[in-house]
Design a protein around this ligand. Structure first.
Ligand code: IPM
Ligand code: MN
Length: 357
């Protein structure tokens, strides 16, 4: 099979981790007899520097012309003071929106070998963590209008709008329930319906969708309570479905209870098979260019790509198993290194995992 993929390495450690993701992708393609057609395009700060904007038209076209997109990370202090529409983050939000990738899937799974890296108490972690955050990605307060900063009564006022249409909630809810059917059949919908109208509508629509999935248990949590329960009883969560902002916050929290953001992948999907795959960590400018970043999140994002965009389950599984074997054998990048283990650079970690597939 031919796999046509657009690479968006981006900023900071982005290019380093994408390089390792591609290394593993090539190893899998070779083993299973697939051919790769790889394009590279500019996004974020690199695009600002080279093309004057964070998301050049050419990048959108190249992504639309591919079956999947692999992204590293965007952003860095160099571009922090630019006006909002020229910031690297606008490039990322823009590509999600242009490709209509409304569903951000962020699975959080604790590797047994990394149990000690969790910030949680051992007896809690021992019960296992295996959940997925299904975050709405192209609406909510990130995109709602009106927004801006204006003058009112002699002072500045900043404002954004949290807004969801019924159909936006319905499509993400359906996806969450469908994913739950393939897992432990539980959906937790997170909102703030005790205060916000937008959440009240969210809640009502999720309940309505739930009727189509009688075998799935539905739980509702207010976002403040959800943040607490995630650390108190992480083992009870299966699928968490929530809006753009709450999902952004809770997925970082869910991420760190598994030990490190350095191993967590994500997939952003729309109606079809075209998806954008990226590690959930950022560009980490403080360690960029040193070859010490953890490439596992990107490598596992490649696994998600093979599964969701190309429906190559076996190939995806081969990557996950290779990562597991590598961790079980005691190999670690600096972020998850503890005494007595073998420390690898970013590129050595990529070599090692590629060898195991
Ligand atoms: C994420 C990031 C982005 C977001 C930023 C970089 C725009 O935090 O993917 O979680 O807020 O969605
Ligand atoms: Mn985030």
């Amino acid at each position: 099979m031919q796999l046509k993929i657009c690479l968006l390495p981006g900023d900071g450690i982005g290019p380093e981790v994408v390089r390792e993701g591609v290394k593993v992708l090539k190893a899998v393609a070779q083993k299973y007899g697939h051919s790769l057609v790889l394009e590279t395009a500019l996004i974020g700060g690199e695009a600002i520097d080279k093309a004057g904007e964070p998301l050049p038209e050419e990048t959108i076209l190249k992504c639309k012309d591919s079956q999947a997109v692999l992204l590293g990370a965007v952003g860095g202090p160099k571009w922090d003071n630019l006006p909002r529409h020229l910031r690297p983050e606008s490039g990322l939000l823009g590509i999600r929106k242009s490709l209509d990738l409304f569903a951000n899937l962020r699975p959080v799974k604790l590797f047994p070998a990394l149990q000690k890296a969790s910030v949680l108490r051992e007896d809690i972690v021992a019960r296992g963590i295996d959940l997925i955050v299904v975050r709405e990605l192209t609406s909510g307060i990130y995109f709602g209008e009106p927004k801006g900063i204006k003058e009112e009564n002699g002072e500045k006022v900043g404002f954004n709008t949290m807004r969801y249409t019924e159909s936006e909630v319905r499509r993400i809810a359906h996806l969450a329930f469908k994913i739950a059917l393939t897992r432990r059949k539980k959906v937790t919908s997170v909102d703030k319906s005790n205060v916000l109208e937008v959440s009240q509508l969210w809640n009502e629509v999720v309940q309505e969708v739930a009727r189509d999935y009688p075998e799935v248990e539905l739980e509702h949590l207010y976002v403040d309570n959800a943040a607490m329960q995630l650390v108190a009883r992480p083992y009870t969560f299966d699928v968490i479905v929530t809006g753009n902002l709450f999902g952004d916050i809770l997925s970082d929290e869910a991420g760190v209870i598994s030990g490190t953001l350095g191993t967590l992948p994500s997939a952003s999907m729309g109606q079809g098979d075209l998806g954008l795959y990226e590690p959930i960590h950022g560009s980490a400018p403080d360690i960029a260019g040193q070859d010490i970043a953890n490439p596992i999140a990107t490598i596992l994002s490649v696994a998600m790509m093979l599964e969701h965009s190309f429906h190559l389950q076996e190939e995806a599984k081969a990557i996950e198993t290779a990562v597991q074997k590598t961790l079980d054998a005691g190999y670690r990048t600096a972020d998850i290194f503890t005494q007595g283990q073998k420390k690898l650079t970013c590129s050595q970690m990529g070599d090692f995992i590629a060898m195991q597939v």
